[in-house]
Design a protein around this ligand. Sequence first.
Ligand code: SAM
Length: 283
Amino acid sequence: MSAIDDLPPLREVIAAHELRARKSLGQNFILDLNLTAKIARQAGDLAGSDVLEIGPGPGGLTRGLLAEGARRVLAVEKDARCLPALADIAAAYRGRLEVVEGDALALDLAARLNAPVRIVANLPYNVGTELLTRWLDPPEWPPFWTSLTLMFQREVARRIVAQPGSKAYGRLAILSQWRSEPCIVMEVPPDAFTPAPKVWSSVVHLRRLDEPRFPADAATLSRLTAAAFGQRRKMLRSSLRGISPDIEGHLRASGIAPTDRAEDVPLEPFCTLARALAAERGA
Ligand code: SAM
């Protein structure tokens, strides 16, 4: 295994700083630096980009991002035990790594980054979907980031790229595919992590669309898909009954049969229906 930098191997870093993984923080570390460099490469051209990394831990992916040429990495870590190991990386890559201690769910770091911004993370499983949803649903579009390259449990990754007619198709697919171009770029086996999780993981790359794929009001689309997929086995004329007095008329005008189920309806008709509902409300 070839070294990607002059810093010690991650097993030594973990031993030196006594970084025993904590389940409560979703800590499954990747210790193979060739693998972390490969994940970093999935994010595209890092040389001209600022990278926001969530959960650097002992810094395996951080080192991959820096070795692959990221202009600058801003890394947010909740576990203070990791800070000395990250300080060693910052010293080795002078001026290119800034570490912030804190909870990524509570911090707004957009103002501290310069465009183009790429978000890259081996996400803690307990906060991954919440962060993705926030990044895809900000108050203003386009958002501060250009692409997201994120490790998820494989089942979550499949929900992001799912197509109509599959069990995995739901709100996460609609939101992701409405505002970005998502694709699974790597499958990672459990034994790539320490400790090994029970399930496979996948790296998903989401390229932001400057305009959503079809026009629609974000809040209306969200309300609509919450109602539709909240009772996904029901026919839409029944699951959406509370949404409009003329839901059957709106469904038909949007090209959706009132007897269809949410999981069979593609993104575009959902957006057409959201526009009709917003117009009805005068939004
Ligand atoms: N990036 C490292 C790697 O690839 O080996 C560690 C990945 S580990 C799956 C997730 C990391 O996220 C841990 O270091 C954990 O402490 C950190 N973390 C967990 N919750 C967090 C939060 N809310 N905000 C920031 N970091 C968090």
